[in-house]
Design a protein around this ligand. Sequence first.
Ligand code: 5GP
Length: 212
Amino acid sequence: MIHSTIGRRGLMLVMSSPSGAGKSTISRALLERDAGISMSVSATTRPPRPGEVDGKDYYFVAVDRFQKMVEAREFLEHARVFDNYYGTPREPVENVLRQGRDVLFDIDWQGTQQLRDAARADLVSVFVLPPSVGELERRLHTRAQDSAEVVAKRMAKAGDEMSHWPEYDYIIVNETLERSIASVQAILTAERLRRDRQIGLPDFVTRLRGME
Ligand code: 5GP
């Protein structure tokens, strides 16, 4: 735990994986257990799945609205994934970071590359791999929200997405959910303690030395 009087710069925790590796479940658990991190809600042109809520899971927007947001530079990063566009609205992220809080992103490798180019020092990236191809397929099928055609497409894309694992700082093979959640929490704890993120350290140590 960081000493409460030492100011901290927020970090951007990116989690990527092929669809079905369990990334969303891990993210959800992390958000519930850690009050210092909040989720970046992306905009997308894909239609909502059953149960998805506009403004919570995504901002569901039409293609022309998305293009306008791109032109107005409202996105921190944006990419085409499968047949749809996805983008991270810039302003909410910058607000959270400014408060010394952390932001969690569920974005693909293209978005991660863009964030890395824009803000390497603030980025911590984690790639989640499924334990096996069979398990990935099983998870995609049991999710059952997508049509068989969409599932087949996602399986075909999984290999492409997984080929980007070497670009990430940390790799988690999601064998056991609890262990994966604990791993992400450990990464977050360690990264928050990095010297250059604890921006109040010089003053803190000056005060400490004055008390010698
Ligand atoms: P889904 O349609 O299953 O919610 O997401 C499909 C893929 O798009 C996932 O790999 C997810 O990480 C990625 N994605 C979601 N939001 C964004 C975003 O704002 N930017 C980028 N680059 N990828 C995103």
